[in-house]
Design a protein around this ligand. Structure first.
Ligand code: NAP
Length: 324
């Protein structure tokens, strides 16, 4: 078991910015960075699954997502942040120190103890789970129009989903693409009326109703999607250069069920900056934000969490309690 002033769960832009700031404040943060996986719930977060990032300020020519995250990581390490490539399997909050397990969650002893905990476990895009999707992610298949839309200038693309996210992405993408086909599994959209009106009025947007994606086709790059009409059963291939999956996001908060206040969609509720409902526990990035979901906003909230932790630990050192 090892004891720490601050432990950070997650190593996307929020977690690593919190690491840079807490490391520079001499708090020697330990980052439990997650474990490699094919989803965004992995070290480095969702940017590890993107190609070029062109909207992160400071990079005039853009930067590759994985390179950006490697830079964040090295910058925090330079000031003394340490990393362990594990996922937390259990946390016990509401006690001091906070306890964290990374192995067997039923083990009697925790693996780590910390005075303050920063939760930056992010969110993951829900995926279709069809053949070709994993292989073509970043090669024509994307989950982020803001990140990747620009690369599809003048090309035919599709957006899968019928909620506000899908329509918002489709409207945004219509600025670049030659055409945007919204593929939805029902005949009615889930999205709000105003978004429906905008999408229906957009001359570049068309709809494929009652249709599910069966496979994404292409070797090096996406070239078509195989769809099945759920009413007639007819299967057809639609030629495409891009496919944006917009069927919702889910925060990585399973660890905190019943331990932190979560909103109806499962995101951590924060107040007074990045404080959560448990003393000494702070949350930043997509795990507590379903509105902005950008690397820059996640990084900004990571900075806020680090400053909140500094303040919290300073008050604790002087025997005080920081009011929520
Ligand atoms: P959502 O409202 O849950 O919609 C998800 C959509 O994806 C639904 O149309 C759903 O179909 C479809 N879907 C789910 N799983 C699927 C699958 N496996 N295969 C095919 N289609 C699938 O998610 P969201 O659009 O991300 O929105 C989440 C929340 O954020 C909502 O409350 C939304 O209003 C809000 N939001 C607001 C804005 C805005 O106001 N500008 C923008 C984005 C998001 P069914 O309809 O058949 O279930």
């Amino acid at each position: 078991m090892s004891d720490h002033d601050v432990i950070i769960l997650g190593s996307g832009p929020a977690g690593l910015t919190a690491a840079i700031y807490t490391a520079r404040a001499d708090l020697a943060p330990l980052v439990l960075e997650g474990e490699p996986s094919s989803t965004s719930d992995q070290p480095g977060g969702q940017l590890m699954l993107t190609t070029e990032v062109e909207n992160f300020p400071g990079f005039v020519e853009g930067v590759m997502g994985p390179e950006l995250m490697a830079n964040f990581r090295a910058q925090a390490a330079r000031f003394g942040a340490e990393y362990v490539t594990v996922k937390a399997t259990r946390v016990e909050l509401g006690r001091s120190p906070i306890e964290i397990w990374t192995g067997d969650p039923d083990a009697a002893e925790p693996d780590y103890r910390t005075k303050a905990l920063i939760v930056a476990t992010g969110a993951r895009s829900l995926m279709l789970g069809v053949p070709g999707e994993d292989r073509l992610l970043g090669h024509g298949v994307s989950t982020c129009a803001t990140c990747d839309g620009f690369f599809f200038r003048g090309q035919p693309i599709a957006v899968v989903g019928g909620g506000d996210s899908a329509l918002e992405e489709a409207i945004f993408l219509s600025k670049f693409a030659s055409s945007v086909l919204i593929v939805h599994r029902r005949k009615e959209l889930r999205a709000s009326k105003i978004m429906q009106d905008r999408a229906l009025a957009n001359p570049k947007i068309s709809f494929l109703w009652n249709s599910v994606v069966e496979e994404l086709l292409g070797e090096e790059r996406l070239r078509a999607m195989r769809v099945r009409d759920v009413v007639t059963g007819a299967v057809s291939d639609v030629p495409l250069d891009g496919c944006f999956v917009a069927i919702g996001h889910a925060p990585n908060t399973a660890l905190f069920n019943g331990k932190l206040d979560l909103d109806d969609a499962g995101y951590i509720v924060t107040h007074a900056g990045t404080r959560t409902s448990a003393d000494g526990v702070f949350a930043c990035g997509d795990v507590q934000d379903h509105d902005y979901r950008q690397a820059i906003t996640a990084a900004g909230s990571g900075c806020m969490a680090a400053l909140d932790v500094e303040h919290y630990l300073e008050a604790a050192r002087h025997g005080g309690h920081v009011p929520a």
